[in-house]
Design a protein around this ligand. Structure first.
Ligand SMILES: Cc1ncc(COP(=O)(O)OP(=O)(O)O)c(N)n1
Ligand SMILES: Cc1nc(C(=O)O)sc1CCOP(=O)(O)O
Ligand SMILES: [Mg+2]
Length: 208
């Protein structure tokens, strides 16, 4: 039997006051495979401080801690890995910097980019955006046939991202996504992040 689909949590683009406590409460509410720190446009020092504060919270709960955009800093600070987009530098160099750690690559809606990432040694490929999202301006739109094709052809896990919520995630799970990456579904949930996380966990389990 295939491993069940799991939740991949990404931080809000700007961390609100008291974020460490919200993160701990959210992670204590259910199952999360990994946490990606994604602070767009923050200076390196601020990212470094956030890693030092948040990584122990994730790792103490068995949640892998990945840094977005910066493989050098991820290696330097002992993160469990990094996530890189197509504009985030040298993927092969990052692979060498992070031996035995996780390296994920954004592949938008492209089979070609995903196969290149897989050949290069990515630990997962990420496809998106599956739905409209207000978290970032997403220029690509992915569809479930990509997840079906990838999961039938390759062993490397695939991540689905972009506008995913408890209400719309079932087809992605059924199409073979190994992980669902979310920001808003957890951090913007009307009843709070812990409720958002529980709702995502329940929806994934119901779809599987
Ligand atoms: C799991 C996951 N998938 C995709 C992305 C997007 O990465 P990228 O295209 O580099 O865009 P930014 O996140 O850097 O704005 C991601 N971060 N995580
Ligand atoms: C960071 C990111 N990358 C995307 C891509 O398509 O590559 S969509 C996205 C935003 C994900 O946030 P939310 O779950 O709130 O939609
Ligand atoms: Mg990036």
């Amino acid at each position: 039997m295939d491993d069940p689909c799991r939740l991949y949590l990404i931080t809000p683009p700007v961390l609100p006051p008291g974020f460490s406590e919200s993160l701990a409460a959210a992670l204590d509410a259910g199952d999360v495979a990994c946490l990606q720190l994604r602070l767009k446009d923050a200076p390196r020092d601020e990212v470094k401080r956030a890693v030092e504060q948040l990584m122990p919270i994730a790792q103490a709960r068995g949640v892998a801690f990945l840094l977005n955009d910066d493989a050098i800093l991820a290696a330097e600070l002992g993160c469990d890995g990094a996530h890189l987009g197509q504009q985030d530098g040298d993927h092969a160099g990052a692979r060498m910097l992070l031996p035995g750690r996780i390296l994920g690559i954004t592949c938008h809606d492209s089979r070609h980019l995903a196969m290149v990432a897989g050949e290069m040694g990515a630990d997962y490929v990420a496809f998106g955006a599956f739905f409209p999202t207000s978290t970032k301006e997403a220029k690509h739109r992915a569809t479930t046939d990509l997840l079906e094709w990838w999961s039938e052809m390759f062993e490397i896990p695939c991540v689905a991202i972009g506008g995913i919520t408890a209400a719309n995630c079932a087809p992605l799970v059924q199409a073979g996504a190994d992980f669902l990456a979310v920001v808003g579904a957890v951090w913007n949930h009307p009843e709070g992040p812990a409720a958002g996380l529980r709702a995502m966990n329940a929806a994934i389990a119901a779809a599987g």
